[in-house]
Write a protein that binds this ligand. Structure first.
Ligand SMILES: Cc1cc2nc3c(=O)[nH]c(=O)nc-3n(C[C@H](O)[C@H](O)[C@H](O)COP(=O)(O)OP(=O)(O)OC[C@H]3O[C@@H](n4cnc5c(N)ncnc54)[C@H](O)[C@@H]3O)c2cc1C
Ligand code: FES
Length: 508
């Protein structure tokens, strides 16, 4: 099981069938094990297979049905946290390395889909970052100066081509961005990996990974072992690390709607505004009659809001104001991104390990980060130099991001204090069908959910990763952990890393 079991269904999930893969049923060996079959895991597995490595991919649930199935799939070298801020925190040289790695990631997707003949609706298009208000034009001025100072010359002033609310939005136009259908692309990668002899196992939760006598040993829930020279943890939020990385990033829920627009009525481009949280928009053309307009935003810290219908309504209202030709949304879904405190992903050797590697901290650029990561990890795992590796080093501490580090790390102590407070419910009888809530029982808190048939589902509310209190998510009908991004089903099964053990059982 993974986040595929959460309630909402993305446009991508609705338009491709699920791929069949068997679970692991015996001990095995490989050169490299990749844990997790999202864009990061499958891209790295592909690169390693192409280098003649024997590779095993193991996923706790359906293949390719993690956050990559819930993305909006803008392929961008634009940085959503802004290059001028990144330069302030990490300096110009590191910002330039980051930019080059992102451009290379887009080029690599283009090349792979072309040479491997993966029909995934890939197209190079422009990106428009537009000022939501006149006050934000100065932000764009700082951003274009920063981009040009990095040698990013494909950025120019323009007016947003799509707005229909009568306003002329000042914007920056970024050439050579791209879009694709993420699941069609992953399906193509999966086919290539299998063609090269790679083994892909679904429904195979990994419970631990250790280094011993120069090799790595991965243990799965059904007690099988995979021994390999190296292991990559590509579970989006790492299952193997307790402090080094989890204190440097924070989980955020984000929401997306998709409605029809007449074919050709909106310019095929990527769009972002300058609000915080910002809106992100793109098209998915489907034929002569209509295109899908995909609009995302309304982010909040995971577990800190349970007003999703209002968020979807606000997204719809915003989309209508800017694109009045959009019909009522036919798809609405949510997902989670991990926001690193200094804006860049963590890719490389896991802190304290020699042969265990990690890729996380995806942020709003998780697709290009996953692909850039695959190029870096390929080199590190094969013992080669990679000029971008230093920028993404997982063990880095960014002094320039100290304020962000402190503020994000207040979540955990505040959450742990919730173990001492009262519950949201005084009795489970208050729960209507479809509702969930926390209730105090003696010294512990319980996570209670009543299903549509009236049956009560009761579990401990203590997250099995590091002990925080999980919060109800009524939109996805699951329990979200605000600390490091685990999600659990109403029966306590882990759906999203870092947790891999179920919520403890509880009696009524
Ligand atoms: C709504 C939304 C919009 C986004 N928009 C964009 C965008 O426009 N552009 C962009 O670049 N990025 C975007 N992102 C971010 C991007 O989609 C993600 O960062 C990226 O897809 C994550 O890929 P991944 O491979 O790291 O993780 P995932 O796709 O989540 O894959 C991780 C896999 O690990 C598996 N796993 C977890 N635990 C275990 C375990 N114990 N054992 C075995 N397997 C395990 C999971 O089942 C899952 O399949 C968006 C994200 C969301 C949610
Ligand atoms: S995800 Fe770390 S405590 Fe829940």
């Amino acid at each position: 099981m993974n986040v595929n079991a959460e309630r909402s269904v993305s446009l991508w999930m609705a338009t491709v069938r699920e791929w069949q893969a068997q679970p692991l049923t015996a001990n095995e060996r490989a050169d490299v094990v990749v844990v997790g079959s999202g864009i990061a895991g499958l891209s790295t597995a592909y690169e390693l297979c192409r280098q003649g490595q024997s590779v095993i991919v193991a996923d706790r649930g359906a293949i390719g049905r993690g956050m990559t199935a819930r993305t909006s799939a803008h392929l961008a070298s634009v940085l959503d946290d802004f290059y001028h801020k990144l330069i302030g925190i990490r300096g110009r040289d590191e910002a330039r390395h980051y930019l080059h790695s992102q451009i290379a990631a887009l080029d690599r997707v283009e090349q792979i889909q072309q040479t491997e003949e993966i029909e995934c609706d890939f197209r190079r298009i422009d990106g428009y970052l537009f000022a939501a208000s006149d006050d934000d034009v100065s932000l764009l001025e700082r951003e274009i100066d920063a981009c040009h100072s990095l040698g990013f010359s494909d950025v120019a002033w323009d007016t947003m081509p799509a707005a229909a609310d009568g306003r002329e939005y000042r914007c920056l136009r970024f050439l050579n961005q791209a879009r694709f259908h993420p699941l069609k692309y992953l399906e193509g990668l999966m086919r290539c990996i299998q063609r090269e002899g790679g083994r892909i196992y679904a429904d195979t939760p990994v419970m631990s990974v250790e280094e011993k006598d120069g090799e790595t040993i991965v243990r799965t829930q059904n007690d099988h072992q995979i021994r390999a020279r190296a292991t990559l943890i590509a579970t989006n939020s790492p299952i193997n690390d307790w402090i080094a990385i989890h204190t440097k990033q924070a989980p955020y829920r984000t929401y997306v709607i998709a409605g029809r627009v007449p074919s050709g009525s909106v310019v095929d481009a990527l769009y972002w505004d300058t609000l915080d949280p910002y809106h992100y928009v793109r098209l998915q053309p489907v034929g002569d009659e209509h295109d899908w307009l995909i609009v995302g935003g309304e982010d909040h810290k995971t577990g800190k809001a349970d007003d999703q219908p209002e968020r979807i309504a606000r997204l719809t209202e915003w989309a209508r104001a800017h694109f009045p030709q959009m019909s009522d949304p036919e798809h609405a879904w949510s997902g989670q991104v991990m926001e690193p405190v200094d804006h860049l992903a963590y890719i490389g050797r896991n802190p304290g390990n020699e042969n265990i590697f990690v890729v996380t901290g995806d942020s709003g650029e998780g697709l290009s980060n996953g692909v850039a990561g695959s190029l870096i990890l390929r080199d590190l795992i094969l013992g080669r130099e990679n000029s971008w590796a230093g920028v993404y080093q997982p063990n880095r501490i960014s002094i320039g991001a100290a304020g962000e580090y402190i503020s994000e790390n207040l979540t955990m102590p505040a959450n742990l204090a919730e173990h001492l407070t009262g519950g949201e419910l005084s009795s489970v009888d208050e729960l209507k069908p479809g509702d969930g809530g926390l209730i105090r029982r003696g010294t512990t808190k319980l996570a209670a959910f009543r299903d549509d048939g009236g049956e009560l589902h009761l579990r401990s509310a203590t997250c099995t990763h590091a002990g925080c209190v999980v919060h109800w998510n009524g939109f996805e009908r699951c329990w979200d952990c605000p600390c490091h991004g685990s999600h659990f089903s109403v029966d306590g099964e882990p759906l999203n890393a870092p947790a891999f053990k179920p919520l403890a059982g509880a009696q009524e």
